[in-house]
Design a protein around this ligand. Structure first.
Ligand SMILES: [Zn+2]
Ligand SMILES: [Zn+2]
Length: 350
């Protein structure tokens, strides 16, 4: 069967590879893949060599953002043929560490976890995949192809949930949210905080294209002014650019008791003036909390599935800006200005 593969760090090796049928050891559910979402992580794997192929192999099958239809489900699994499902990315480490033992593999302490399509396990980017029911999430059939947005939404569901939990350490009634970055992650973050009824502000450098309108259609405010100049004192910040300077400025303008979730990573060469004592003082005197957030536990996938089911499907469909056949997947590595989410149609040509 066809799969989308690459040798990490060697973009010229990106292509379609022939893979045997998925092994039963991957899980009892057999799934026919519909769509695979591509994101910055895939580009990092291709260009920077971030990912790790399975032991003994030099090539990694991509696809950590999945969507498929169950073909085979043994009785007692809770799934049935035809169910729309997404596979969870991370698997707990084998020890397991206390966090993984508590099913919070997203908080793994020993780094021994594996991730489908990223770290030591092939991804879901093949015509069919297998997954254990414990790591499969069922979606409302009404979502259809939009279900491919579940995995990136789960990452934000975690960030927002953790922000609320951190905030709840004291009196916390968040009213204003700031999202930095209006890419797919920032837009999904804006969706989640809008669903909680927060006054939402999204800041990004672009002034044209689909992003400002997508933000406005959520009932949120779009800004293209530098973060440090925004006349806001947000209670929750979800930082999605990965730029240290943006994180610094967002932390500075955040209000008393604010919680700032950092969800992005960047490799910019930008050198900024940093005055740690000033930051220290702002955090202490403002009771502010900054935390990093990556990946998602099972409950965050379930929260994300609920959020997507409640969202306007027309709005969600506007996030998917390019759809490529498997043979053309390397084109997803070249980002175009109008791109939000690129998906690979693994059933194309069937
Ligand atoms: Zn991703
Ligand atoms: Zn662990």
């Amino acid at each position: 069967m066809k799969a989308i593969g690459i040798v990490p760090g060697r973009p010229e090796t990106a292509g379609v590879v022939d893979l045997p049928e998925p092994p039963l050891s991957d899980g009892s559910l057999l799934v026919r893949t519909r769509l695979i979402g591509m994101c910055g992580t895939d580009v990092e794997i291709a260009v920077d060599g971030y990912g790790v192929p399975p032991p003994g192999e030099d090539r990694l099958v991509l696809g950590h953002e999945s969507l498929g239809e169950v073909v085979e489900a043994p009785e007692g699994t809770g799934f049935e043929p035809g169910d729309l499902v997404v596979g969870i990315v991370r698997r707990p480490d084998p020890v397991p560490c206390p966090a993984c033992a508590a099913d919070e593999w997203d908080m793994c302490h020993n780094g021994g976890f594996v991730e489908r399509g990223i770290k030591e396990r092939h991804g879901y980017g093949s015509e069919r995949f297998r997954v254990d029911p414990r790591f499969a999430v069922r979606l409302s059939p009404a979502l259809g192809d939009l279900g491919v947005l579940l995995e990136p939404t789960s990452v934000l569901a975690k960030a927002v949930e953790h922000a609320e939990r951190v905030g709840a350490r004291g009196w916390f009634e968040p009213r204003v949210a700031l999202i930095t970055g209006a890419g797919p992650i920032g837009l999904l973050a804006a969706l989640l905080v809008r669903q909680r009824g927060l006054e939402t502000h999204v800041v990004d450098v672009v002034t044209q294209g689909a992003k400002p309108k997508l933000v406005a259609d959520l009932g949120a405010n779009y800004h293209s002014t530098p973060v440090g100049e925004l006349p806001l004192a947000p209670d929750i910040v979800i930082e999605c650019t990965g730029l240290g300077v943006v994180a610094r400025d967002a932390t500075r303008i955040a209000g008393p008791g604010a919680v700032i979730a950092l969800t992005g990573i960047s490799h910019s060469e930008h050198v900024m003036e940093a005055r740690p004592d000033v930051m220290n003082k702002a955090l202490v005197l403002g009771n502010k909390a900054v935390f990093g957030s990556v990946n998602a536990a099972r409950r965050h996938y379930d929260q994300a599935a609920d959020a997507l089911a409640r969202a306007d499907p027309d709005w969600l469909s506007r996030l998917i800006t390019r759809r490529l056949a498997p043979e053309d997947w390397p084109l997803a590595l070249e980002k175009r200005p109008e791109d939000i989410k690129i998906v690979i149609d693994m059933a194309a040509g069937e």
